[in-house]
Unconditional design. Structure first.
Length: 278
């Protein structure tokens, strides 16, 4: 007896395949929708800062404004306002395993430097006298304490003798530093009269992961990490001092300590009968 394949099974397979494709399509549309919402929200937040509206987090405010200036200069940056980090993809700046900036990235970084010269004086202590009149709102009078230019690599070991990912990360950070700080920015100092800009290397110690696996392309990056210092006479500083003063001011009379009555050789506790000592 010969059994012929049922057409019902084929139809069922086609239905399942169509359902799978529809689900994948719906997922992609959903992710795209979320991405569009995030871009719109970020754009609206930057616009609100530029219009002078109040922002609760001065670090996020400063990083959003500076990051937007980088984007206007043509840099494809990743802005993380919560952590105060602006990321530059290394693959767009350097060749593979190289710390030499390509011509296009050098010109783009120079444009970014011109943008920094316009916005950083709003947040740098040494530039207070020359602070522009159109600075963004800064109710907390926050100032930039430090800008770390950090070099990151993927986890693949380098095969260049004693030259490791630590050296590559540091050399890439230094290459970006030399372009971004050429001229005026190199003299920027914080309130302690220390240079604002510095460099460091994390090599492959902070790789970027997607779904638990390393994303090598995103791991190769140079990041600008902004550290703010809050002025003691700012609103936040005054609020902290007032809270500290209130906490240190007694709100109720304190109870007297236990006393020793010499005549009876007994310990007298407050509001209690004498307790004879043994």
């Amino acid at each position: 007896m010969i059994f012929l394949p049922s057409s019902h099974n084929k139809q069922s397979e086609k239905v399942e395949e169509a359902g799978y494709l529809a689900s994948a399509s719906d997922l992609m549309i959903g992710l795209l929708f979320v991405f569009i919402i995030m871009v719109v929200m970020l754009s609206q937040r930057v616009d609100s800062i530029q219009r002078g509206e109040s922002v609760n987090d001065p670090l996020a405010s400063a990083v959003l404004i500076i990051g937007q200036k980088f984007k206007e200069a043509g840099l494809n940056v990743v802005i993380d306002p919560q952590s105060g980090v602006i990321g530059l993809p290394a693959d767009a700046l350097f060749g593979f395993n190289s710390a030499v900036l390509n011509d296009n990235s050098t010109q783009t970084l120079k444009k970014a430097r011109e943008s920094l010269i316009k916005i950083l004086p709003c947040y740098v202590h040494s530039e207070r006298a020359a602070r522009p009149l159109d600075c963004p709102p800064n109710d907390e009078e926050a100032e930039i304490e430090t800008i770390f230019i950090e070099g990151h690599t993927d986890s693949k070991p380098l095969q260049q003798g004693n030259y490791t990912n630590w050296h590559l990360g540091l050399d890439r950070a230094r290459a970006v530093y030399e372009v971004l700080t050429e001229g005026k920015p190199q003299s920027y100092q914080n309130e302690r009269k220390l240079d604002v800009f510095g460099i460091s290397s994390y090599a492959d110690k902070r790789v970027v992961k997607s779904f638990g696996l390393e994303d090598a392309e995103k791991s190769r990056r140079v990041e600008l990490r902004f550290i703010l210092a809050f002025k003691p006479d700012s609103k936040k500083g005054k609020a902290a001092r007032e809270a500290l003063d209130a906490a240190s001011t007694p709100t109720a009379p304190t109870m007297p300590a236990a006393t020793l009555t010499p005549s009876s050789n007994a310990i007298q506790a407050p509001n209690s009968k004498p307790i004879l000592s043994k």
